[in-house]
Ligand binder design. Structure first.
Ligand SMILES: [Zn+2]
Length: 342
């Protein structure tokens, strides 16, 4: 088989990033033919679509289309492939696509991350159902009362009415009346009691994160033991509706917070001061999930702002950067507004 018959079988998604195209949501850009960054003034999606099997692409602006061979040819020579166009074979050789038959006969695939191992859904639901946001036990309320997060707003973290209404955090069940799963050892039960249910970007419950309610030398928080905690989001007020694509008031923006107590604090502020904001939290490794959220049009258009409210310290800066990196390719320019500044 001639070299060009072989390279045109290569997955377009393998070749596109080498040519400088970046993925934004389901589309790619800029177009190597016309240079467009977006489809039109009103449609901010990237201009190039690649078919799900990776065989062909098309630009919605200039109608350039074809296989990976055409994509490279358009970039190098400004036209679709026809035998005789120079440099194209060299390009594929330079990038290792012509090293032996095997390489090209089985086109390199985009390395998909292995699926993350998540807690069995039924076990997670059972534990969360056995937890409560009403009549919280004394140690949990004591911990929340000791926090001064909301003092400047004249609000309390231990506002029991707000906690019940929000139902964002719950106290894990009493160790005497619950069969603890192996992923949440009973010895954690008396320390890591203030829990938040965590979700993947599509709004499926996929993990639990809990904060110690008394001093411990073993770290302030816990995740389900033996399961992936990355790419998980902690929805605060309105957060789950947003992940699930439901309408939710958000004129005051989406607030991206760091950690469970900040998610709770921000949610109490939004609830009690009647601020139409949506709160989404994450911890280290979770902010990447922001790239997979089905953001509503109002946010993609820039009509609703996204604020990154991570702490004003080194870790907070790192989280802000992660969030920014996840959002920027989608055309979302998030603004930094550390929690302390409000
Ligand atoms: Zn184009």
């Amino acid at each position: 088989m001639t070299w060009w018959r072989r390279v045109r079988e290569i997955d377009v998604r393998v070749v596109a990033p080498i040519l400088g195209l970046e993925r934004r949501g389901r589309s790619w850009g800029p177009c190597p033919g016309c240079g467009a960054e977006k489809r039109s003034r009103s449609d901010r999606r990237a201009p190039v679509s690649i078919r799900d099997d990776g065989a062909v692409f098309r630009c919605w602006c200039c109608d350039a289309a074809g296989t990976s061979l055409d994509l490279v040819c358009i970039r190098l020579a400004g036209e679709r492939w026809r035998p005789g166009v120079e440099c194209v074979e060299e390009w594929f050789a330079d990038h290792g696509f012509l090293d032996g038959d095997a390489r090209v006969a089985t086109p390199p695939r985009v390395a998909r991350p292995a699926p993350l191992r998540r807690v069995p859904r039924a076990e997670l639901a059972s534990m969360w159902d056995a937890s409560t946001s009403r009549a919280l036990p004394a140690d949990v309320l004591g911990f929340l009362s000791s926090r001064t997060d909301l003092a400047a707003h004249g609000l309390s973290m231990a506002d029991e009415v707000a906690l019940a209404r929000l139902d964002v955090v719950r106290a894990l069940p009493d160790r005497r009346c619950y069969q603890w799963p192996e992923w949440w050892p009973a010895r954690w039960a008396s320390i890591y009691r203030l829990a938040i249910l965590c979700f993947d970007a599509r709004g499926e419950a996929a993990g639990l994160h809990a904060r110690a309610v008394r001093a411990t030398k073993n770290g302030k928080t816990r995740w389900c033991r033996g399961y992936a905690a990355s790419r998980l989001l902690m929805p605060g007020i309105g957060g789950l509706d947003l992940l699930r694509g439901c309408d939710v008031p958000m004129h005051a923006g989406v607030w991206i917070c760091e950690g469970v107590t900040d998610v709770l604090a921000a949610s109490i502020v939004a609830l009690q001061l009647q601020i139409p904001a949506v709160v989404l939290g994450a911890a280290s490794g979770g902010f990447q999930a922001l790239a997979d959220v089905r953001w509503p049009r109002a946010i993609l258009r820039g009509d609703v702002a996204v604020y990154i409210r991570s702490d004003d310290d080194e870790a907070g800066n790192r989280y802000a950067e992660q969030a920014h990196r996840a959002l920027y390719p989608l055309g979302i320019a998030a603004r930094r507004a550390p929690w302390e500044t409000t």
